[in-house]
Design a protein around this ligand. Structure first.
Ligand code: PMP
Length: 307
């Protein structure tokens, strides 16, 4: 993580080094937080945040699922994201809003604790590597199962749930792979440790439906729209591991990973195919405003501070 100048914290822009929390913070002990990962891209009309409102709406939905009351509206958080980008003066950056139960009581119940909110921004390149984004990564099906819907609400992007992802990606890296694929306890394909997954076979693109313990990814939604606009059929359905091994192409997507092909799954070679390449290239054009496709998704940044 590269240091930048300012972090937005509880309504103010503070110096990077001053954005601190107490060790008694509830969220630190119990993973009681929600967060977002958002990208701001350089466009011909200046920096633009891709689908900012959708991300902040999901942050609010995640908080509701934890019965956490966010002290800032979507509109206020949009302004805060704008301010932190303007203050740091970066043409492209990753934005990490986080809300968590703060310092007060240390019982497991969060009642009585404040909700702290911060937004960090810093430059972050391709999450799975530029080489991986071009030529594909090697994924391994994890021995860790995806957290089920009655364990933690998986549609919430909650901090605590990421222990599940962390264990899976550690296992995959230790075994010499680049990323993990998690299955549900019923053996259905769920997602990557930080990405949704798509499978291409005989010209049809399939992705697990929302009941399969996945995060409702914003990139997943963008990719479905792009694939549709490019003339491909996209279906949401249950997938099993055989579908991965028999696929013509498999790719992952997420805000951080963008669109990244899978070169192999469990050592079964897949290669990078034309459908994935077309969607990846169109996605990368779209986020930088180089496509005529859905300019409403680009939310331009005002480079003067609001306050
Ligand atoms: N699944 C998981 C588990 C994730 O962590 C992410 C990253 N937020 C995604 C999918 C992709 O979501 P998005 O496209 O909204 O970034």
């Amino acid at each position: 993580m590269r240091e930048t100048e300012k972090i937005w914290m509880n309504g103010e822009l503070v110096d990077w080094a001053d954005a601190k929390v107490h060790v008694g913070t509830h969220g630190l002990h119990y993973g009681s937080g929600v967060f977002e990962g958002i990208r701001c891209y350089e466009t011909e009309k200046g920096p633009a945040v891709f689908r900012l409102t959708d991300h902040l709406q999901r942050l609010h939905d995640s908080a509701r699922l934890l019965q956490m009351e966010l002290p800032y509206s979507v509109e206020e958080l949009r302004g805060a994201c704008n301010d932190v980008i303007a203050a740091n003066g970066l043409p492209e950056c990753y934005l990490r809003p986080i809300a968590f139960y703060g310092f007060g009581e240390l019982g497991v119940s969060p009642r009585g604790n404040p909700v702290d909110v911060a937004i960090v921004s810093w430059p972050w390149g391709a999450y799975l590597g530029e080489e991986g984004q071009r030529n594909g990564i090697r994924a391994k099906i994890s021995s860790w199962q995806r957290v089920g819907p009655n364990v933690i609400p998986h549609t919430a992007k909650a901090t605590g749930i990421y222990l599940n992802s962390m264990l899976a990606v550690n296992e995959a890296l230790d075994a010499g792979y680049d990323e993990a694929i998690l299955l549900t306890s019923d053996g259905l394909v769920a997602d990557g440790s930080g990405e949704n997954i798509f499978v291409v076979r005989d010209g049809v693109i399939a992705t697990p439906d929302l009941s399969t313990s996945i995060l409702p990814g914003i990139t997943r939604d963008t990719v479905s729209h792009i694939a549709d606009a490019l003339g491909y059929d996209v279906v949401e359905k249950s997938l099993i591991r055989s579908d991965l091994y028999l696929a013509d192409e498999v790719f992952m997507c997420g805000t951080a990973a963008e669109v990244t092909p899978l070169r192999s799954v469990d050592g079964v070679e897949l290669g990078v195919g034309p459908v994935t390449e077309a969607i990846r290239d169109e996605y990368l054009r779209c986020v930088r405003g180089l496509s005529t496709y859905s300019p409403a998704w680009l939310e331009h940044v005002a480079l003067e501070l609001a306050a």
